[in-house]
Design a protein around this ligand. Structure first.
Ligand code: AMP
Ligand code: MG
Length: 534
């Protein structure tokens, strides 16, 4: 591995990370391709204010890494050559080496966890490798599980294979569902032992996003009370607007403008999650992206048998982050962001009215985004006041019968609405949907309303089925699918991870031989518990 600079031990990480002269065999990516604007900002605030935004350091080496899976589609989007996945890259994406031009660092943030101020957190096991220029705009590459950082607190800086497989697969699955998310480029694994409840092994996910800045980055500099931290906060705001919200440049009230944009993105993200039955599990403010991306996949889950109060995180005893609570928690988190922006709005300390007004637009924006999603899931094109009730009543039926969320919406696409009202219930083509419900009479009554609503907008079943097939997925990353892949990978067989990765790239299209992946979860799935342990 002579072509790469290997990571020194953490003790001698004071080296200037920009001055690596070693050659490398990744010719398509010159050192100049690495822009590292966040690292630059951190250096600037250090020089100007004595307040860095993190710490430059290298990963802790992991022995004998192997590739578990890679997203070659994402590498293509980055403009990388087909042979990017070489031995050097394996070292880089397991935290053992860096390419020239990278400027690795761990960033500092704070946050509210389970509704309580948790103080300083930071990248305890994430390492921002650098920011690379790409056709779709600059992208940051970040390792998760690359070892201890100054923000590791009492933990080990590692991520286990189990949770890394889940993060890798779900990031790419969410992207394919059209939901804003951080991406996953690579998953590598090592035999290195990591202690959790039992002894497990280490893995590293390489995540990709335009930025990994969280609400918690703003909260950190707003609440620290240390000198010049509000100036660092202002610099962070300017940076985020300049690089990630160019449409807001030159706004007279930049903090209000940013809050406005983030309220909109968060409202849309919450609606997107709800619409596919995604439960994040740990919606702490440090796990909220300023870009409105899904970030930090931990004990997430997709709804199976529909229960609006479903709690996917075994550590969440009170259900703060249940599926039904997510939109409200999104709002709560935005309030924490608004509070963090207070020092940047003139006179807001005395009169926060302007910030509050922007914040409160969530109360219209979320329902608007959510209703548009439900309407699309029902295949409706026109907008009518009664549609919300129709959608809510379908969800009520699902809840009453604990009907599988994904299957119920998918089969609704095949609902035959044309013909006489009496024929709907007896039409054999409607049986796969109707049979999901124990209370057939209740379903029939709802189905009649639905059919009438469809007729009122002149909907044709064939076209509607097509439309609904593009919003109601056939395949989602159910816990038992991930679990099967995890168990095999823990035995050294990564093929199921790779198969699921491929499958979930086309979640809306039936794939031959994958019928079981779209089916109800097996009974053993109920015994799977996912918690914050990762
Ligand atoms: P999470 O609940 O995964 O969002 O993590 C909350 C905080 O704990 C973040 O600051 C993480 O970086 C940190 N953290 C979680 N797990 C570890 C670990 N194994 N080692 C170091 N820091 C960790
Ligand atoms: Mg986190």
């Amino acid at each position: 591995m002579s072509t790469l600079r290997h990571m020194p031990t953490p003790a001698d990480t004071s080296a200037d990370t920009g001055a690596r002269a070693s050659s490398h065999n990744f010719a398509a990516l010159p050192a100049e391709a690495w822009l590292n604007r966040f690292a630059q900002l951190s250096q600037d605030t250090q020089a100007r204010l004595g307040v860095p935004l993190g710490t430059a350091l290298l990963g802790e080496p992991l022995p004998t890494p192997r590739w578990v899976a890679t997203s070659d589609g994402l590498a293509r989007e980055l403009g990388w050559p087909a042979d990017w996945r070489n031995d050097d890259a394996l070292q880089v994406f397991s935290g053992n080496a860096v390419w020239p031009g990278m400027a690795p660092m761990a960033t500092v943030y704070s946050g509210h966890q389970f509704g309580q101020w948790a103080g300083q957190l930071g990248d305890g096991r994430a390492l921002l490798l650098g920011e690379v220029d790409a056709p779709q705009g600059p992208q940051e590459l970040q390792l998760k599980g690359a070892g201890m950082t100054p923000y590791s607190r009492r933990a080990d800086g590692r991520a286990v294979l189990r949770s890394s497989i889940r993060e890798f697969l779900c990031s790419e699955a969410m992207h394919a569902l059209g939901i804003p998310t951080t991406r996953a480029l690579a998953l590598t694994a090592s035999p290195e032992a990591v202690r959790r409840e039992t002894l497990e092994t280490a893995a590293v996910v390489t995540r990709v996003a335009p930025s990994f800045i969280r609400f918690g980055h703003f909260e950190h500099f707003a609440h620290s009370g240390r000198p010049r931290h509000h100036e660092a906060l202002a610099a962070l705001l300017d940076f985020v607007i300049a690089h990630h919200f160019p449409q807001l440049r030159g706004q007279p009230q930049p903090a209000l403008a940013l809050l406005d944009a983030v309220v909109q993105r968060t409202a849309e993200l919450m609606a997107a999650w709800q619409s596919v039955g995604f439960c994040h599990g740990v919606m702490n403010t440090d796990n909220m992206s300023i870009l409105g991306l899904t970030i930090d996949y931990g004990p997430f889950g997709f709804l199976d048998a529909f229960d609006p109060d479903h709690i996917c995180n075994h550590s969440d005893d009170r259900g703060r982050y249940s599926w039904n609570n997510q939109p409200q928690i999104g709002y709560w988190n935005l309030r924490a962001l608004a509070q963090a922006l207070l020092p940047l709005v003139p006179d807001a300390q005395d009169d926060p009215k302007a910030l509050t007004e922007v914040l409160q637009t969530y109360e219209q924006r979320f329902p608007q985004a959510m209703n548009a999603r439900w309407r699309a899931k029902l295949g409706l094109q026109a907008e009518r006041a009664e549609d919300v009730e129709l959608a809510i009543d379908y969800l009520r039926l699902l809840a009453a019968g604990r009907v599988d969320f994904t299957i119920a919406f998918r089969r609704l696409g095949g609902f035959v609405s044309e013909g006489s009202p009496e024929a709907l219930a007896s039409d054999a083509r409607n049986a796969p949907l109707r049979d999901l419900f124990l209370d057939r009479a209740a379903f029939d009554a709802w189905a009649l309303r639905y059919a009438q609503r469809l007729q009122a907008e002149g909907s044709t079943d064939a076209e509607r089925a097509q439309r609904m097939g593009r919003v109601n997925p056939l395949y989602v990353l159910r816990n038992h699918l991930a679990e099967t892949a995890i168990r095999r990978a823990q035995q050294g067989d990564d093929s199921e991870v790779q198969r699921l990765h491929r499958l979930l790239q086309n979640p809306f299209d039936a794939q031959a031989g994958c019928e079981a992946d779209a089916d109800f979860p097996p009974s053993w799935a109920q015994s799977i518990e996912v918690s914050c342990s990762s």
